[in-house]
Write a protein that binds this ligand. Sequence first.
Ligand code: SF4
Ligand code: SF4
Length: 226
Amino acid sequence: MLNVYRRLAVLDQLYKIYDQFVDSLDIACEKFCADCCTCNVTMTTIEAHKIVSALDIDSKKTMQNKLNQQMKKQRFIPKITTNQLADICLSDDDPPEEIIDPSWGTCPLLTDNACPIYNLRPFGCRCMVSKQRCADTGAAEIDEFVITVNHVFLQYIEHINQNGFSGNLSDVLAHTIFNESADTGTEITIQQTTLIKNSPLSALLVPPEHREKIEPILAALRAIKA
Ligand code: SF4
Ligand code: SF4
């Protein structure tokens, strides 16, 4: 099992490979376009650790205050992780029904239509890309192949954080700020009812029609040195 510092180094490489992939896409996303910044984004605890450990004490307090307000509001609480979804698909079972509604509101961190932690934002934010401006069409228009790539990265991130948890961005960040000291590098150790224990990757969610096209990305992922 990788220690937290090695997991963070792998996470940085995963983000880098994904950001390079996004650079190759023809998308409408741009600064201050933030309709996708809803309160329903999910993340893992290793990603929260990356964010929280970069904040000074005042920034942590400000974030905690915003998150505490969010705890009183409706938001997406996932029932399973991406690797658990893959296992369910493998066994031909039906995944649990998830309830999510974009009208529940914006991300509590969003400030003046911009992300205050943009360079540190979790994968759930990075992977929101659209061919058309969401404001024009009412929803993101995401290429099927991009959705496949997104699943693969979500699976890898969960895999490197299999001793951690997944959940709504607000819940994961709030519990991480509360439970960890950025100075010790220790990761969240208690499970909360809103968080789900992560699972190892057992099979990639790649449909047959994308297997050849995704191979260069998989090769880049396999080449990551821990
Ligand atoms: S996903 Fe939609 S709302 Fe988000 S930046 Fe792209 S176009 Fe804008
Ligand atoms: S963390 Fe930043 S990029 Fe992600 S939803 Fe919130 S404001 Fe948007």
